[in-house]
Ligand binder design. Structure first.
Ligand SMILES: Nc1ncnc2c1ncn2[C@@H]1O[C@H](COP(=O)(O)OP(=O)(O)OP(=O)(O)O)[C@@H](O)[C@H]1O
Ligand SMILES: [Mg+2]
Length: 588
């Protein structure tokens, strides 16, 4: 399930190669040639990266290839860091005395350039060899819009089995009364949007409302269209005509289709559900909306979407943010799935474990239903415990189905936002994250690309807002002094972890804790107030890019020894008892 995300790193390195510090070192001779060849190799690699990153899900060979490339890119990044450090320290050591003493050391510009040229050559040869393998994969060049596969499983319809829907009565009443009240008051086409993260039940509640008796009575026509990623006007107009009982067979011209739709709608009050909308382009929506404006006043469109941006763009009233299922309804849904209709309440232990499992699903019906189904035919406590303690991606087919549904939102992100989002798995579940801290971490790690006049801070704000609008962050709060905080739903955290794998790692600080070799970003915590003896030994830790220590009593003497040797550590955050210290260590 993990993903090798390489394009943001290659982008940053290419920017680095062109940066001022290299120019400062007056590139000459073999060094100049090496840097030019590196730029060319990386540009060739970058051209096919998007295609490779998309195809890695279907090809283990491509994933391995990307993994090797990423390792080589990290090696190159380290060489560049050395280079930058030298540039900085040279600007500090310009007095005559130090020039004499450095003549015989690597500070000697000549020796240094030779050493660097050798390092660049080594890493370039490695990159060239790996890049040479790309011809095996027939990768396409270009960086167009990410292609998202149309998934027939995501097709929805207006039918719903009422018996199977739990709770949501209040939510339904609220939306129904809004619709009925609007029918007599508004002249124009009204658009309601229901918004929330994947699997929360937006489609289900729209079905519920669509089939409500009073709603059915009020509207002359009701139609349901599953939009998904493809907001093609012709396809949608055809689908809408057909959903209202018309016949669009054989009509190819948009104009004819729109006339056909107008004939159907004129003088009628209609309700149209546009389910699962992802389109963020105003003009596309405006064109469709225009064609829908020929119905009688009070006609209404209900939109379901994961994207707040889409809800804001389409809705004519404040949009409806769907909440999680209540604890009681979550438990009832789980029971219905895991035990069938006749719950076998005889096993109190299974119930206790079941309630803990439901807790993990955080009120998301998609997950509750899927995990309940896994346990349907299992009656052994050990099996239930295994499911409770498993990571979601280890849960047979159903677990990966949950993540696949949630992943869709991730697939719609551009590469740098994918990187910023998945990095958030460095925080433990249920952490309160501060917007400024997150942006600081993204910046220090080089995850925010520079874009024209926008500075990194502005770009960081934009990324934070985008991730919030796309339901990756929730519980956004702003306190009196303007500090903005947010959280991630547990399942969204699972998604981030499943993508980052062991590159981002959260561990409890105790003697037995093993830090995976692949870890580059590490969060170590100790929330027990009793002092720990012999906590983790930092002296054997591999080089890291980010290190966050949180809590009480973390063995700081080993830590300082470790940190003093770290050349490539970009972020160090210590939150020890009450002291907060944020340092950006840059090769000092
Ligand atoms: N209140 C509920 N009671 C029982 N099952 C529910 C309820 N709400 C949703 N479900 C079930 O959970 C699953 C996900 O629901 P749904 O498809 O409505 O979510 P969604 O928010 O539309 O997701 P997506 O963002 O992927 O479109 C479905 O299998 C649905 O039947
Ligand atoms: Mg849906």
């Amino acid at each position: 399930m993990t993903e090798v995300l390489l394009s943001p790193l290659v982008g940053t390195i290419l920017d680095g190669l062109k940066s001022w510090s290299l120019k400062e070192l007056e590139l000459a001779g073999s060094l100049k040639t090496e840097v030019a060849s590196l730029e060319s190799t990386l540009t060739t690699i970058q051209a096919v990266l998007q295609d490779a990153e998309e195809k890695q899900w279907k090809s283990e060979a491509i994933k391995n290839w990307l993994g090797k490339l990423k390792q080589a890119a990290y090696d190159l990044e380290a060489v560049l860091e050395d280079f930058n450090t030298e540039a900085q320290s040279r600007s500090l050591h310009t007095d005559a005395r130090s020039q004499v003493t450095t003549f015989f050391s690597l500070r000697n510009p000549l020796l240094f350039r030779l050493d660097m040229a050798r390092k660049f050559k080594n890493v370039r040869e490695k990159l060239d060899a790996i890049a040479g393998e790309k011809s095996k994969f027939h990768l396409r060049e270009g960086v167009g819009e990410a292609e998202i596969e149309r998934n027939e499983d995501r097709q929805t319809s207006s039918l719903v089995k009422e018996l199977e829907v739990l709770g949501r009565a209040d939510e339904k009443e609220k939306i129904v009364s809004m619709l009925l009240c609007n029918v007599n008051h508004h002249d124009d086409l009204s658009v309601y949007a229901i918004c929330g993260m994947g699997g929360l039940g937006k489609t289900t509640i729209a079905q519920f409302v669509f089939n409500d008796e009073n709603v059915a009575k009020v509207f002359d026509l009701r139609g349901w269209v599953c939009v998904s990623d493809d907001f093609d006007i012709k396809r949608l107009t055809k689908a809408i005509v057909e959903s209202f009982g018309g016949n669009s067979c054989g009509i190819q011209e948009l104009d004819t289709l729109q006339r056909c739709l107008a004939e159907k709608l004129v003088g009628k009050q209609f309700l149209l559900v546009l389910d699962d909308v992802w389109n963020e382009y105003h003009d596309k929506w405006d064109r469709l909306k225009q064609a829908l404006q020929c119905g009688r006043k009070g006609s209404t469109v209900i939109v379901t979407t994961r994207l707040e941006k889409v809800a804001l763009m389409m809705a004519t009233t404040p949009f409806y943010r769907l909440g999680c299922l209540s604890d009681d309804d979550s438990w009832s849904l789980f029971k219905q799935r895991a035990f069938g209709m006749g719950m076998n309440g005889s096993n109190a232990n299974l119930e206790t474990i079941g309630r803990q499992i439901v807790q993990r699903c955080g009120g998301v019906p998609l997950a509750i239903k899927a995990i309940g189904s896994i346990l349907r035919f299992r009656s052994q406590e050990s099996e239930w415990l295994r499911v409770k303690d498993s990571e979601i991606w280890d849960l047979e087919d159903e677990g990966s189905r949950i993540l696949a549904v949630l992943r869709l939102s991730y697939d719609h992100l551009p590469p740098h936002m994918r990187q910023c989002f998945s990095f958030c798995s460095i925080f433990p579940k249920d952490s309160v994250m501060t917007k400024d801290e997150l942006m600081g971490l993204w910046m220090a790690n080089g995850f925010i690309p520079s874009r024209g006049a926008l500075d990194l801070h502005d770009m960081g704000c934009e990324i934070f807002s985008e991730l919030t609008w796309r339901s990756f962050f929730q519980e956004i709060k702003e306190d009196v002094d303007g500090t903005v905080t947010c959280k991630m739903h547990d399942l969204i955290h699972d998604l981030a972890t499943s993508i980052m794998g062991q590159e981002c790692c959260v561990i409890e600080a105790n003697e037995g804790s093993q830090i995976p070799k692949a870890a580059r970003h590490l969060f170590v915590y100790n929330y027990s107030s009793s002092p720990l003896k012999n906590v983790m030994d930092f002296t054997t830790l591999q080089p890291l890019q980010s290190l966050i220590l949180h809590g009480y009593d973390i063995n700081v003497s080993n830590l300082s020894r470790y940190i003093s040797k770290q050349k490539y550590l970009k972020v160090l955050i210590l939150v020890l008892i009450v002291a907060i210290l944020l340092l950006k260590v840059r090769n000092t």
